[in-house]
Write a protein that binds this ligand. Structure first.
Ligand SMILES: [Zn+2]
Length: 395
């Protein structure tokens, strides 16, 4: 156990005894009182990696009536911190035991008991006993002084348990999280419920949840994408396109997610020319490479590879990109001198390797990165912060 010098504070209070002297010579024990002896013996157990014995000693100390109220206050405070230290080290069983000892003592004051209950809730949450943590946090939420501290903790539990109804009730009280408004977060909860209903084959229920999402946040791109996917699945391609097109104004960074579905809808409707016009317009105000690649494929299909290659070269001059280069290699439109099979193969391999190693998404809040889209960051648990990586190797 490292750096427990702060635990010496009660020793100083107990016996007027100098912690500094003890620090100079740890073998020297100055028994000012029986209480300080007991306390030091608890400390010794800690220093000798016998924390369970230390907890026994500290628990006995808390029972001793001879301890003055001031000393009790300091002692309980230090033991509260010691419990936190156990939890940080992953020793949640010990943290729970210590904090339970504190909660059970009549000698500690009301504020300390509430503080110990809060820490006990954290201990339970950390050790996966979410029901017990929830119970404690709910109890504390009734205390005005603690309400704003425990509501986010309750929200975390409900999100972990995917209990979106309860999460909605709490999110309404906790307010915004980071740059994301409470309404946007609630809209995500509605989308989570819509996805579950859709997976269970209940499309009507899913649509109702999506309507709720829009009522919370008209700009919820996720709800538009989901509704578009459902319309497409039902064969309503025009309706699906209306949804997908909303994404551009709601959150243009989500646009790459709807490009392939849009290609599918236009192909089924036989309106590729309209998609070509739409994408040309997008390129006037979107810097990413995804629409360029989709448009290159469309031009190749509709007007041939040569026109597609001319367009792509023109675009790459403005927005250099690994994925763009890969597509250019495929067109085989290099000058004769470069059109060597081996060289083209090497460039292709290089591009593949670069793409394998790069994350497609990163969290703006905590820096988490990965290849999969997460609506909620798995690391910092914030919503809508994991976004496509831009730049030469990204979109
Ligand atoms: Zn994050």
């Amino acid at each position: 156990m490292q750096d427990l010098t702060w635990l010496l504070l009660p020793v100083a209070v107990l016996g007027g005894w100098s912690a500094a002297i003890w620090m100079r010579n740890r073998q020297t024990v100055a028994p000012a009182t029986a209480l300080s002896r007991d306390y030091l013996s608890g400390l010794n157990f800690l220093l000798h990696e016998e924390p369970d014995k230390a907890i026994d000693v500290f628990a006995r100390l808390l029972e001793q009536t001879a301890v003055t109220p001031d000393t009790h206050l300091v002692l309980a405070d230090q033991l509260l911190k010691l419990g936190i230290e156990f939890r940080k080290r992953g020793e949640t069983d010990r943290a729970i035991r210590l904090h339970q000892e504190l909660v059970g003592r009549e000698s500690i004051d009301a504020a300390q008991r509430t503080g110990a209950l809060l820490e006990l809730g954290h201990d339970f949450q950390r050790s996966g006993m979410l029901d017990r943590a929830e119970q404690l946090f709910l109890e504390l939420a009734g205390n005005k002084a603690y309400e704003q501290r425990v509501l986010p903790l309750l929200l975390e539990i409900y999100q972990q348990e995917r209990d979106w109804d309860k999460a909605i009730r709490i999110a309404g009280k906790t307010g915004d999280a980071g740059d994301v408004s409470a309404n946007s977060i609630i809209a995500h909860y509605c989308c989570e419920m819509a996805e579950t209903e859709r997976a269970n084959g209940n499309t009507r229920g899913a649509r109702e949840y999506l309507q709720q999402a829009f009522l919370q946040d008209r700009e919820c791109a996720r709800a538009s994408i989901l509704l578009g996917d459902m319309e497409r699945e039902a064969g309503n391609f025009k309706a699906a396109l209306v949804c997908y097109r909303q994404v551009e104004s709601q959150d243009i960074e989500r646009l790459p997610q709807v490009l392939d579905p849009m290609v599918d809808c236009h192909a089924r409707l036989g309106t590729n020319d309209r998609l070509i016009d739409y994408l040309r317009d997008i390129l006037t105000h979107y810097e990413g490479i995804s629409p360029v690649l989709v448009l290159t494929d469309l031009l190749a299909r509709e007007h041939g590879e040569t026109e597609a290659a001319v367009f792509l070269r023109e675009q790459l001059a403005r927005r250099i990109s690994v994925r763009g280069l890969a597509r250019l290699v495929e067109t085989g439109s290099f000058p004769d001198a470069v059109e060597d099979r081996e060289l083209v193969s090497l460039v292709t391999q290089l591009v593949d390797r670069l793409q394998q190693d790069r994350p497609a998404y990163t969290c703006h809040e905590c820096g988490f990165s990965g290849k999969t889209l997460h609506w909620q960051c798995p690391a910092c648990r914030l919503w809508d912060t994991v976004r496509p990586v831009h730049g030469i190797e990204g979109d």
